[in-house]
Design a protein around this ligand. Structure first.
Ligand SMILES: [Ca+2]
Ligand SMILES: [Ca+2]
Ligand SMILES: [Ca+2]
Ligand SMILES: [Ca+2]
Length: 311
């Protein structure tokens, strides 16, 4: 009842208050005009309504909800964003999201991320990435060195977007925060397939035959599964004539070697292929949490695997 009353109080303008007061006070029509004049003289904003002489609409944290409304909702009247999800309490009430829950629809993306990305924070079927990959609201602030920059230790990966196994356009600048493996290969490359088999099943038998494999690399897969690192597989070609990969290749690869934690991207414009300067495959590099190269290679997985095992 209290919040309904305040909801009325929050209606803009003197007229709304006049209607309310005249109703509450059961005024005769002849008394309404003096009341309009009195309320207008009192200032006419919606923050100074009086009832019984007490201030009734105070919004201490200026989040659009009065302190009393916040009391009834259970939100903090002195904190605009009670659940710290990036959406102020007042806006959450307007959107229909829960001001006390970071991820209202439980789809893995916070209310703030969904509002920023433009997906529906109250619909669990509307997600930023079907694959559940991370999202970074601040990605526009990352300094992009551009494709003319050189791939080398310490350099940041240029801003790269590519389509994944589900058809989503993945922005690698969303993946800041943890090390990122760039595992580049082709769909006919045998060692790439064997690596993917290991990543899908956890069985190291397919990779043990290679000179680059060491038993201490086996726990790397656990780090991928736990989200400690993000392994990104990038397919750049569909055939020996180096035609660029297409989205169907990503979908097929994921079907053959499913690992729910690995985005499989198609380098449809050969942007990453040219930037890395791939000479043989798999060509694996490792980026740190700021997407800067810890290990760079245009030929083979040796350096990245070694760096990964030393993380
Ligand atoms: Ca407030
Ligand atoms: Ca919030
Ligand atoms: Ca929320
Ligand atoms: Ca959500």
């Amino acid at each position: 009842m209290l919040s309904v009353t305040y909801g009325v109080f929050r209606m803009k303008g003197t007229l709304a208050r006049t209607v309310l007061y005249s109703h509450l006070m059961r005024l005769r029509p002849s008394r309404i005009l003096p009341l309009v004049i009195f309320l207008a003289a009192c200032g006419g904003t919606d923050a100074d309504t009086t009832s019984g002489g007490e201030p009734s609409v105070i919004d201490t944290d200026r989040d659009g909800l009065s302190d009393d409304e916040e009391k009834s909702l259970g939100t903090d009247p002195e904190l605009p964003d009670t659940d710290q999800d990036g959406v102020d309490d007042g806006q959450e009430v307007e959107l229909g999201t829960d001001p006390l829950k970071v991820d209202t629809d439980g789809d893995g993306y916070s209310d703030g991320d969904e509002v920023h990305a433009g997906t529906d924070p109250t619909d669990a079927t509307d997600v930023i990435y079907v694959g559940g990959w991370p999202y970074n609201r601040d990605k526009d602030q990352i300094q992009d060195p551009g494709w003319a920059s050189t791939a080398e230790i310490g350099a940041r990966l240029p801003h790269y977007t590519a389509v994944d196994q589900y058809g989503d356009l993945v922005d690698l600048y969303d993946l800041v925060g943890q090390p990122v493996v760039l595992d580049m290969g082709t769909k006919w490359c045998q060692p790439c397939k064997h690596m993917a088999e290991w990543l899908a099943t956890g069985d190291t038998t397919p990779v043990q035959e290679y000179a680059w494999w060491k038993p201490e690399y086996a726990p790397i897969r656990e780090k991928v599964t736990s989200g400690e690192i993000i392994w990104v597989t990038i397919l750049f070609s569909t055939n020996e004539q180096s035609g660029p990969a297409i989205q169907q290749d990503s979908a097929d690869w994921h079907e053959s070697y499913p690992n729910p934690d690995i985005p499989v991207l198609a380098d449809t414009k050969l942007e990453l292929y040219d930037y890395i300067g791939v000479k043989s495959y798999p060509a694996m590099s490792l980026l740190d949490g700021n997407l800067q190269f810890i290990a760079y290679s245009n030929s083979g997985p040796f350096k990245a695997l070694k760096a990964l095992s030393e993380l």
